[in-house]
Ligand binder design. Sequence first.
Ligand code: PLP
Length: 384
Amino acid sequence: MRVARRIESLPPYLFAELDRKLAAKRAEGIDVISLGVGDPDLPTPDHIVDAMRDAIADPATHRYPSYYGSPDFRGAVAAWYSRRFGVELDPETEVMALIGSKEGIAHIAFAYVDPGDEALIPDPGYPVYGVSTRLAGGTPVSLSTPAERDFLPDLSTAKVSHRTKAMWMGFPANPTAAVADLNALGEAVGFCRDNDLLLLHDAAYCEITFDGFVAPSVLQVSGAKDVALEFGSTSKSYNMTGWRIGWAVGSADAIKALGVVKTNVDSGQFTAVQRAAIAALEGPEDHLDEIRATYQRRRDVVVQALNGLGWSLKPPLGSCYVWAPVPDGETSTSFANRLLDRAGVFVAPGNGYGERGEGYVRFSLTVPDDRLSEAMDRMATVLS
Ligand SMILES: *Cc1c(COP(=O)(O)O)cnc(C)c1O
């Protein structure tokens, strides 16, 4: 039986071949160090696990959750936005719980993109923005984020048509590790207002920043709530990728439209997981310093190793990645293959993040320090 065209329309999964190779190497008993996926290696802080344990034991959490998130959860997200960004949100209309931010990032396309519509997608960028646009029948239109602009989008080259509905961005960025200051976010808000676009800002890494850089929320731009929806998550900042909890905040119209999709597709996230997320947002901040210090230390290990081998990378100010050009004469795939074959180090080829990711690879910092150092030593042996 033939699958739907929307499934056939998806681009091939570029990591499939490498994933197969990785599995084959491991099956041969080769000790491959994977710097591929961005999945924090550190455990969720204890106080969050404890809150979950208590929540699970409470029968009140055993029934269907609220579609939009419990009032306590939405209140906790609003209070965190007020403390962290000075942004006031109405928990009733401007905050919604998600089953991980990826879930909302994917579903928002179904609320705004009709077949034939377009959405501007950062290239390179997180693949879900473009894939969800396609699943909804739309066309992702790539938005250049050139290295010369420190991987910030060049809005002067954005191809807006009468079918363009939305523009995606995410800072600190995966995979480029770019950060945006309030000015850059302000420009994006102005652009979307002028062109009647929904601005979708993915803030999954907003707490993972270095060297004193503090990432702003797009909602700090005045009037942003008219055009912008921001996605957040406990996944990266509290080592909670497995828990599947996030939020969408901002435009009440967009929250309402996303709610129509979600109430028909899912029944919300387990109330106990929402309570654990409340414990994360309201809990002690010291572990956040520790997480930042850990990634900053690892970032330095990778940047110093690469620069010692002839690269000239600026240390990125956020995310848990280092984005690096491949040596002359290589492609993303040939370089990733060489590192895997010769060094037993797995990195993500940049062309998996869009056409303009060709010529780059992404190093994830989510492996223990000693393994990361060993990966860099092995690379040095192969490349020097
Ligand atoms: C990890 C990540 C997320 C977070 O996804 P969750 O579904 O909240 O775990 C969102 N956006 C980007 C770009 C990411 O890399």
